[in-house]
Structures are given as structure tokens and as C-alpha cells.
Design a protein around this ligand. Structure first.
Ligand code: PGA
Ligand code: ZN
Length: 428
């Protein structure tokens, strides 16, 4: 079905910053909308998030220029094209932009159209988005896999005023039998965590991704607090639930050293690595995202070799969902996993290429939200369609996070016996 119109609107994300929502309408009246998220601990190599820079509005963060690009540059070029020709539409937008990092039109402008086109196409075909998106999954067999949620229950770093140097402390309910069980296990643990924090007179305010962010005494203390919460919820740490972290280490890498403010010291890559190994000896941590800075390729490579597939080393700022950076990572065995964020690269087609390249190369792929989110749940459908088996979309708190979990439970109930809960590959 052909595209008839493309309209964009300036809306707010979960931090109250402006972002774009685009609606694509087809000739049969089917319409699809998509809203673009925004990062805070962004990678240096991410595609361009175009902001107006006009200080009289939203401190320069407005997106009216990007909206103009959608309506005046992109719309005339794609109107009349078939909405289900995703690759064609994406590559048309990429060439209209013509720059390496989408600096001319803005990755936010391009992505909003890219995702809205996919939604409109699914609506026109009368099928759910996750089903429509399986056309991008070369391994799709008819069976759907619902992802292990990596729930970020304690926040630090840039997302929580540096409560800890490590940005995210995650729980992974690996022993769940179904998606709704997995989400319940995390929500129950989260509720217990709140009680644990209260009992220790810690604050229970939350960070950008809904995790608690109290003034703990060290980067290690959150593991103890989460351990207590998991036990109080009646689960076995290391069996039912395991840990994951996102250090977002680029954010505390300054002048060649890693600045651990919480520990009051600056450390080298090797010392930071030793710190992580120390944590592994004490806690069942199976996912290590951005544990070094985005250009510290050799530190990643060394840690990945040492971990020896006993867990995943996830590249977020390291790869920025970019096939070129991922290719280097594959060639040099820099990591065995990639974090996938649509707006780091700026189109559905390029995102899917990164996922498929990673999976083909034996890596895992975690589909992820951003710290600045909207109520859009596209990533829930995407992770189910691509069957990567892992999603990172925050704590079971704050509606922009919970919306994704609710969508996953809805998909699970719709699919019934056609789906199963994914196995986390690093646990027997
Ligand atoms: P961001 O954080 O969206 O602020 O980049 C999420 C992450 O680092 O994974
Ligand atoms: Zn990250």
C-alpha cells in the first residue's frame, strides 16, 4: 500500500525534553506512528540527534528543524512509495541525508519516519507489528521467543546524579518459565528492594530508568542490597535471578584514566578489569556492558577472552549499533554481545543489519531502550520478531519503561503456544 502523507509533531520524552513523533498514513487510510527516544550517556560515535539550538525554546533542545526535515524533505520523497518496501525507503532517506552520521536531516527525523512506515505497513496488512517485523529475521521458523528482561533496578552514573560510578545494576530472571513470570519475578524483587532500602534509611527516589538511586557507600553495595531483595522475594540468587551491569565507562573515563569517584581513586584499564573480576568472584554477574570506554578496544578484548564465554560482554557505546564498528569487534573478538539501540544508527534497516550480523557471528544481541523514552513500545515488538532473546528496558517502574513490559505480556498472551520464554545462553 502506498504512502499518502507524513506528519511530524514535537512531543516530550520521559525527561521532559522535546522529541519527534511521526505519523505515516497510507492510501487505504492505515496509519502508523512512532516516537523517538533519546540518550544521556550517549556514545561519541552515535548518529546525529538534530536539535534546533534555538536557546529561546527548550534551552536549544527543540526539534522543529528535524520536524521540518520530515515534512518538507523526507515526505515529498517517500509519498507514493510502497510502505512495505522498508529497505528502499530507508536507503532513500539515507541518501537524501548524504552524510555519514545523518547530520543533515537528523537521525531522529529519519528514524521516526522509518518506524512509522513499518507500523503503517503492519496496520495495512492487518497483522501485529511483531509478526510484520519477522520478515527481517532470516532464522524465523514460526516459533517466537520472548526476551529475558534485563531490569535496571539500581541507577547511578549520569542517570542518577552519580549515586554510583556504575550506571546500571540489572537483574535477569533467567529461570522464569514465561515472560509474565519473568516480569513478575523482577517486579516482586523491585518491591522488596524498596523495603530493604527503607529499612536501611536509604532514599527511594528513582533515576531516569526507574531504578532506585540512594547514596550508597560503594560501587559494590548495590549487589548486597539486590541480593537481600532477591532472597526476601523468595528467589535464589544465581539460579532464579542473576546480575548484569552497564558501567557506561566512557562517562567516567578522563585523560586516560577511569575516575571512580565512589571509590575515591583513578584506575587503569587493567585495574578496572581486576575490580570487575573481583565482583565476579563474589556475585553471579553474567552481563557486562560498556565496562570500558568506547575506544578502549584492547581492554574489552582482554576481558572477553578472560571471561571465556561464561557471560556476555556487551558493547553499547563501543559499537553504537553500527555495522562498521561491529565488524571490527567481530574481527578482533572485542566482545561477544552487542546492545542494539535504533536511534544510535537511525533507521530500522540498519538496526536489523547490525542484529543479524551479530547473531550470524555467534554473538548475542540485546534490544534496548534509551534513558529518555516515550510511551512508544516498538522495541517490544522488535525483540520478539528478531528473536534475540534479551531486552533492556529499565525497572518495573515509570510508565515509559512499564509500557514495554506490558506490551511483551500482551504479545505473549496473544501468541499462546506459538511462543516460549528465551533461554539465557550463558547458564546451563
Ligand atoms: P542512554 O543509557 O540511553 O543514556 O545512553 C542507556 C545505556 O547506556 O544503555
Ligand atoms: Zn549502555
Amino acid at each position: 500500500m502506498k504512502i499518502k502523507s507524513v506528519k511530524a509533531l514535537e512531543i516530550l520524552d520521559s525527561r521532559g525534553n522535546p522529541t519527534i513523533k511521526t505519523t505515516v498514513t497510507l492510501e487505504d487510510g492505515s496509519a502508523g506512528s512512532a516516537a523517538v527516544p533519546s540518550g544521556a550517556s550517549t556514545g561519541a560515535y552515535e548518529a546525529c540527534e538534530l536539535r534546533d539550538g534555538d536557546k529561546s525554546r527548550y534551552s536549544g533542545n527543540g526539534v522543529l528543524t528535524a520536524i521540518k526535515n520530515v515534512e518538507e524533505v523526507i515526505a515529498p520523497a517517500i509519498i507514493g512509495h510502497e510502505a512495505d518496501e522498508q529497505e528502499k525507503i530507508d536507503s532513500l532517506m539515507i541518501s537524501l541525508d548524504g552524510t555519514e552520521n545523518k547530520t543533515k536531516l537528523g537521525a531522529n527525523a529519519i528514524l521516526s519516519v522509518s518506524l512509522a512506515v513499518a507500523r503503517a505497513a503492519a496496520v495495512s496488512k492487518g497483522i501485529p507489528l511483531y509478526e510484520y517485523l519477522t520478515k527481517f529475521n532470516p532464522d524465523f521458523s514460526g516459533k517466537y521467543y520472548l526476551p529475558v528482561p534485563m531490569m535496571n533496578v539500581m541507577n547511578g552514573g549520569k542517570h542518577a546524579d552519580w549515586a554510583t560510578d556504575i550506571q546500571e545494576y540489572m537483574i535477569l530472571p533467567v529461570a522464569a518459565k514465561t515472560e509474565s513470570d519473568a516480569i513478575r519475578m523482577c517486579a516482586e524483587t523491585y518491591a522488596q528492594l524498596k523495603k530493604v532500602l527503607k529499612s536501611k534509611k536509604y532514599g527511594i527516589a528513582v533515576g531516569d530508568e526507574g531504578g532506585f538511586a540512594p547514596a550508597v557507600s560503594s560501587n559494590e553495595e548495590p549487589f548486597e542490597l539486590m541480593k537481600e531483595a532477591i532472597e526476601n522475594a523468595g528467589y535464589v540468587l544465581g539460579k532464579d535471578i542473576v546480575f548484569g551491569i552497564d558501567a557506561a565507562a566512557s562517562e567516567f573515563f578522563k585523560d586516560g584514566v577511569y575516575e571512580l569517584k565512589k571509590e575515591g581513586k583513578n584506575v587503569s584499564s587493567d585495574e578496572l578489569s581486576a575490580f570487575y573480576h573481583g565482583l565476579v568472584r563474589k556475585y553471579p554477574i553474567y552481563s557486562f556492558e560498556d565496562i570500558f570506554a568506547e575506544d578502549d578496544w584492547s581492554a574489552f578484548q582482554k576481558f572477553t577472552a578472560e571471561l571465556d564465554n561464561k557471560g556476555q560482554v556487551v558493547g553499547d557505546d563501543l559499537y553504537v549499533t553500527n555495522v562498521k564498528r561491529l565488524e571490527r569487534g567481530i574481527a578482533e573478538k572485542t566482545s561477544n554481545s552487542i546492545l542494539i539501540k535504533l536511534n544510535q544508527i537511525g533507521s530500522l534497516t540498519e538496526t536489523v543489519s547490525a542484529v543479524n550480523l551479530a547473531l550470524r557471528s555467534g554473538m548475542t544481541a540485546v534490544i534496548s531502550h534509551r534513558s529518555g523514552e516515550t510511551e512508544d513500545t516498538f522495541i517490544a515488538d522488535l525483540v520478539v520478531a528478531l528473536g534475540t532473546g534479551q531486552i533492556k528496558t529499565g525497572a518495573p517502574c515509570r510508565s515509559e519503561r512499564v509500557a514495554k513490559y506490558n506490551r511483551l505480556m500482551e504479545i505473549e498472551s496473544e501468541l499462546g503456544p506459538k511462543c516460549e520464554y528465551a533461554k539465557f545462553p550463558f547458564i546451563a
